[in-house]
Design a protein around this ligand. Structure first.
Ligand SMILES: [Cu+2]
Length: 504
């Protein structure tokens, strides 16, 4: 186990190291953006800062003393109506200011003014309706990541909500419990929008999950991890494909925070909401972490590990028992992956064990039962690649050799069937991952072998280190229509590493 973990870390470390040279070429000008076909229909907006002078190194590490800010608990939204068998929410997207680094107010893009976004709590079988009003300057699109929803509410890359407009998204919640998240998906702009704050948490529960004696209430914490870059005035700096300068680690929007915990079990819903950063998380003392769930809800059985790997968009549901630490002690959550100075990016947040507490919670040996993947009607291969531009052109994100074209169907899927997709990272030095809209899939194989226990449950996003391949099993029996699939390194999808399936 340990040697396998070390291999993953080493591979990702190599990938990250070369990522600098391979893909930090940013678009020289808006006209050099990927795929002319997309350029015509993309929002009329350039990436601010693309041509501006470099603002210098990330000042976050200098502005912040680690473990002095407190991990915020993101606000839970209250419905404006619970009539008609559904919970209705009203959300306004607006520019706001957040206190991220001490002594500064940082302009951010928000859902309802919250950075990061608020939490929506939902139950399987009870629809949620979200009325989104866009008071930003840009067109946006709100995607509920991991959800099974009709195309009209999927928040696809071209299904835009213009500045000043209001639109209603309907989420049937006709799916089992899962820790989902919602974020911007407007083509070309999703990477900057999400980076500047348009991301929130959506916790869907059901009877299966609620019947278990897992830590709950104040002992169940959603924690979104990401990186960021700041200038000397505390302003968030966004530059396309800039992983090496994003060296400030944020947890729930605060840099290297601490959180006071009782000496008992906690459930942590970890989300990697970074644009590009992969995390390999460990407790500093190598203590045990019990993973109970992944993207699509609980695993069949918990598995105990010392390391949790998360690529952008992935979630891990874990239980940590702080009763093994004396009251008065602390333990740091660390990250072993570059890029960036290990003294900064190697630290994430700190747990301060401040009090004793009774603990009626437990983690059962059996969490749920998942159906075995059935027969597949067809197999297909999907190849991901980022290609450096020549002659000063921008790098291009490719799926099967092509950049995203919303007018093109890349995969015709027969409604009601299952398929096996082999997804390949054709780059030898750049990591990717793969996100399929609409479905939760199963990972059948990773590099020709059975996946680890952390990938044995339902997934919607799967990591692909350089040269890796995964075989996925997905069933398309819910909604018809055109849904995207893409690399969830958002700077890559913004470069065109996205394609479209039509289920008919
Ligand atoms: Cu990618």
């Amino acid at each position: 186990m340990v040697s396998r973990r070390r291999m993953i870390g080493a591979a990702a470390a190599t990938a990250g190291g070369v990522l600098l040279m391979r893909t930090t070429l940013r678009p020289a000008a808006p006209a050099a953006a990927p795929a002319a076909a997309v350029q015509d229909t993309a929002p009329d907006h350039t990436h601010p800062g693309a041509d501006a002078p470099d603002p210098g190194p990330d000042t976050g590490p200098a502005l912040v003393e680690k473990f002095t800010t407190t991990l915020p608990v993101p606000p839970v939204l209250s419905p404006v109506s619970t009539d008609g068998g559904a919970d209705t929410y009203a959300v306004t997207m607006l520019r706001s200011f957040a206190r991220i680094v001490p002594g500064h107010r940082t302009e951010v893009l928000t859902y309802n003014g919250a950075f990061p976004g608020p939490v929506i709590r939902a139950r399987s079988g009870r629809p949620v309706i979200v009325r989104q009003t866009n008071l930003l300057d840009d067109a946006v699109s709100v995607h509920l990541h991991g959800s099974k929803v009709p195309v009209a509410s999927d928040g696809g890359p071209m299904n835009l909500l213009g500045a000043g407009a209001t639109r209603t998204y309907t989420y049937p919640n006709d799916q089992p419990h899962a820790s989902l998240w919602f974020h911007d998906h407007a083509h070309h702009m999703e990477s900057e929008h999400v980076y500047r704050g348009l991301a929130g948490t959506y916790l869907l529960t059901d009877e299966t999950e609620r019947a278990l004696p897992l830590p709950s209430g104040r002992y169940d914490l959603p924690i979104a991890l990401r990186d960021a870059r700041f200038d000397a005035s505390g302003t968030l700096v966004y530059r396309m494909d800039d992983p090496f300068n994003r060296t400030t680690i944020l947890a729930n929007g605060r840099p290297w925070p601490k959180v006071e915990v009782a000496a008992r079990r906690y459930r942590l819903r970890l989300l990697n909401s970074s644009n590009l950063r992969f995390f390999s998380l460990r407790l500093a003392d190598g203590g045990p972490i019990t993973q109970i769930g992944s993207d699509g809800g609980l695993l069949e059985r918990p598995h105990t590990t010392d390391t949790v790997d998360l690529s952008p968009g992935e979630r891990a549901d874990v239980v940590i028992d702080f009763s093994r630490y004396p009251v008065g002690s602390t333990v740091v959550l660390t990250n072993s992956l570059p890029p960036g100075p290990p003294e900064h990016v190697g630290q994430v947040m700190r747990f301060d064990i401040t009090r004793a507490a009774a603990d009626p919670s437990s983690v059962p040996d059996r969490l749920r039962t998942l159906p075995a993947p059935g027969p597949a009607a067809r197999e297909r291969t999907v190849v991901l690649k980022v290609e450096e531009g020549t002659g000063g052109a921008a790098p291009r994100g490719l799926i099967d050799g092509r950049t995203y074209d919303p007018a093109r169907v890349d995969a015709a899927v027969a409604f009601g069937t299952s398929e096996i997709w082999t997804v390949v990272n054709a780059n030898t030095d750049v990591p990717h991952n793969f996100h399929l809209h609409l479905v939760q899939f199963r990972v059948l194989e990773r590099n020709g072998k059975a996946p680890g226990p952390e990938e044995s449950g339902l997934k919607d996003t799967v990591r692909l280190l350089p040269g890796e391949s995964v075989r996925l099993h997905a069933t398309f029996d819910s909604y018809r229509g055109r849904y995207p699939y893409h690399c969830h390194l958002l700077d890559h999808s913004a470069m065109g590493m996205m394609a479209q399936m039509e289920i008919a």
